[in-house]
Design a protein around this ligand. Structure first.
Ligand SMILES: Nc1ncnc2c1ncn2[C@@H]1O[C@H](COP(=O)(O)OS(=O)(=O)O)[C@@H](OP(=O)(O)O)[C@H]1O
Ligand SMILES: Nc1ncnc2c1ncn2[C@@H]1O[C@H](COP(=O)(O)OP(=O)(O)O)[C@@H](O)[C@H]1O
Length: 205
């Protein structure tokens, strides 16, 4: 490892972002299974994409079909899952994209380790704080029922921990309000911190 020297590319992240009219960032959605991470991240990505921004959504269920298909749900495997995702997301941010990710990412340490890969302001943590009781009542994939009956082990919130974020940039409880309002809250935040130019969103409303 010590014989490997970092190669500085001619075109940097800022130039790639400028070309796309945006400031590249990672929007990290964290929360329980069924909290609404994929729905919120997907709706936000769609709004950004339709306004001409350059985005990519990394989703736990999908990444576990390929890049991380060798990993399960022990705490060690989740750590490795999120380490890989963090590194991939960093490359995508370097490519100038607004990257969205939707992973349970249950521990403070895992999330802080990904945050540490990025300069201040480039990692934005969005806590999807929908209560466990609501997630379990939704149970869209029937996984909570299986976890309660012992058919699935190490299930987050039931038989494996979820550590609440202590200082997320944004917190959204999807059991309150509607999806459009929640997406608008996210868009307003991204405009306020100048990730995007809010004027470009005017076509949406
Ligand atoms: N044991 C256990 N615990 C939690 N989740 C489980 C488990 N087994 C399967 N699933 C399904 O896997 C999805 C979570 O994968 P992630 O990669 O986001 O998890 S983690 O961040 O590595 O903890 C999660 O998807 P979401 O519901 O979209 O969160 C579940 O559908
Ligand atoms: N913003 C929302 N408002 C109301 N219900 C939602 C919202 N987002 C998701 N849901 C409901 O919660 C279920 C789980 O959402 P999903 O996005 O798959 O969660 P996660 O990716 O966190 O597992 C969806 O099937 C939907 O019924």
């Amino acid at each position: 490892m010590t014989d490997i020297v970092w190669h500085q590319h001619v075109i940097d992240q800022a130039a790639r972002g400028d070309q796309k009219g945006q400031s590249p960032v990672l929007l990290w959605f964290t929360g329980l299974s069924g909290s609404g991470k994929s729905t919120l991240a997907g709706a936000l990505e769609r709004a950004l994409f339709e306004s001409g921004f350059h985005t990519y959504l990394l989703d736990g269920d999908n990444v576990r079909h390929g890049l991380c298909k060798d990993l399960g749900f022990s705490l060690e495997d989740r750590d490795e899952n999120l380490r890989r995702v963090g590194e991939v997301a960093k490359l995508m941010v370097d490519a100038g994209l607004v990257v969205l990710s939707a992973f349970i990412s249950p521990t403070l340490a895992e999330r802080e380790r990904v945050r540490a890969l990025f300069p201040e302001g480039k990692f934005i943590e969005i806590h999807v704080s929908t209560p466990l009781s609501v997630c379990e009542a939704r149970d869209p994939k029937g996984l909570y029922a299986k976890a309660r009956s012992g058919e699935i082990a190490n299930f987050t919130g039931i038989s494996s921990p979820y550590e609440q974020p202590l200082a997320a940039e944004l917190t959204i409880d999807t059991s309150k309000g509607d999806l459009t309002t929640q997406v608008n809250t996210l868009l307003d935040y991204l405009s306020a911190i100048q990730v995007i130019d809010g004027k470009q969103l005017s076509a949406l409303a």
